[in-house]
Each structure stands twice: as C-alpha cells, then as structure tokens.
Ligand binder design. Sequence first.
Ligand SMILES: Nc1ncnc2c1ncn2[C@@H]1O[C@H](COP(=O)(O)OP(=O)(O)OP(=O)(O)O)[C@@H](O)[C@H]1O
Ligand SMILES: [Mg+2]
Length: 255
Amino acid sequence: MSLLEIQGLTQNFGGLCALSDFSIRFEGGELTGLIGPNGAGKTTVFNLTSGFYSPSGGDIRFKDRSIIGLKPHQITGMGVARTFQNIRLWNEMTVLDNIRISQHYNMGYSLWDALARTGAYGNGERKIHHTAMEMLDALNLGQYAGEFPKNLPYGIQRKVEIARALSIKPSLLLLDEPAAGLNSSDIQGLIQMIRWIHETFDVTIWMIEHQMAVVMNLCSWIKVIDFGVTIAEGTPEEIQNNPAVIKAYLGDDNI
Ligand SMILES: Nc1ncnc2c1ncn2[C@@H]1O[C@H](COP(=O)(O)OP(=O)(O)OP(=O)(O)O)[C@@H](O)[C@H]1O
Ligand SMILES: [Mg+2]
C-alpha cells in the first residue's frame, strides 16, 4: 500500500488548464520537492490534495482510499496537514491557541460535552493543551506560546504554522513555500527545522519551494512542472543539470 498515489490529475479553470495529467506516488518516509516557475500549477496540486479544489480529472488515493470529493477537514482527519504560501494564522489568538484549535476535530468529545463542560471536555482540553505545548517546546517555540502571531517576526510565524500543521500528527505534511519571505539566516534555521522534523517524526514531507538552496539541500527527489505539465523529475543533481528545467526557469538563451 502506498501512502499517496496521484494519477492523471487535471485541473481546468474555465479555459485555463492549470494542471495536466499529474502523477506521483509516495511509499511513505520521503522528503520530496515540487518546483516550477510562477503559475506552474504547484499550489493547485496541494489544493487538490488537501481537498480545497475538486479536480477536473484523475484520482488521488491516500492510504488506499480515493479522497476525491472529501472535504478539507475530512482529509486533515485522515492525516494530511498543510501550510499555506501566504501564512494563515489566526492573529487574534495566541500562538498556543492557534495550535490548540487545530486539534479539536479528533478529541473524542462532542459539541454537547464542550457546552456542558463535562468531564470528557475537561480531559480533552487538558490533553490538547499538553500536546500543543509539547509541540511548541519540541520546535523551540515555547517562548512564543502567549504571543499573538502578528507581533512575531515573519520567520517565527512560518515556524508556528509548521508547528500547527504537525500538531495533528499527520502522516503527510504539505509545505507550500515555507521559505517565502525569509532572510538567509532564517532560511538556514528553516532547513534545520524541516530536516529535524523529517528525522524525528514519522512523516512524509512534500514541499513546494522557489528557494533552490532549500529544495536542493533537503529533498532526495524533485518533480518539476511548467504550465501545468510535468517536465522533469529526479535527484537534485539531475534536476540542476536538466536542460528542460533550465529552459523553463531561464529561457532558451541560457542553455
Ligand atoms: N481558483 C482559481 N481560479 C482560477 N484560476 C486559478 C485558480 N487557482 C489557480 N489558478 C490559476 O492556475 C494557474 C496555476 O496557479 P498556481 O497557484 O497553482 O501556481 P503556482 O505554481 O503555485 O505559482 P506560484 O509559484 O506563483 O505560487 C495560474 O495561472 C493561476 O492563475
Ligand atoms: Mg503557489
């Protein structure tokens, strides 16, 4: 059984084919990159995999079950977590609360328990608090637990969003441009953090990234799309030397 198997995935928006016949398969444990120029269709792949879009064609199977038609929260509940290209933290809540609310869906108590403040609710809340704090501490973010995200440096906000995604204990983690907007020292810290997460947790990581230093450092396999079409895949060395990839990024003149 593979963890994720995408076959022939296609997405049209009106007359625009944003993604065409995209396929990939993860056995579990990989750290894989998805790259391509602006507008190539990368985020569309993640929006389809996390249930934000419903595809025009093709299939996505997660743990041997088609997830086409499932809602984003159902797919999250199966163990797929993601971050967003533009950070989506709740700025009116503390960092700790941002992480706590993401865990509520699977806590084993009903809304009625929560309203009536029954024992199940109390135990669930304590467990959520504990797990959230544990995750922040593990990622060296414990000192920010009581802060509001908007008051934190951008690099820390990126890490908090990753912590929130991880706190649901996903088996697949989708990172959409985690290094976007970071300076070079933040990027070094991010590379170390992602490597540590991959080594420490039992999680498959699939990442979109424009920062080549990040992708080439971390990923053992990279897939490249351009105008929705897969143009190459391979190891970092193979991708760096692939003429079709160089052409897509730089144009014909640079070959
Ligand atoms: N909801 C939508 N409705 C219409 N067009 C869309 C929608 N989402 C994406 N597109 C279009 O699909 C194409 C692929 O977009 P996508 O966001 O997947 O690109 P990307 O590879 O993530 O680019 P970037 O590197 O700039 O983030 C673009 O032309 C985009 O305008
Ligand atoms: Mg994108």
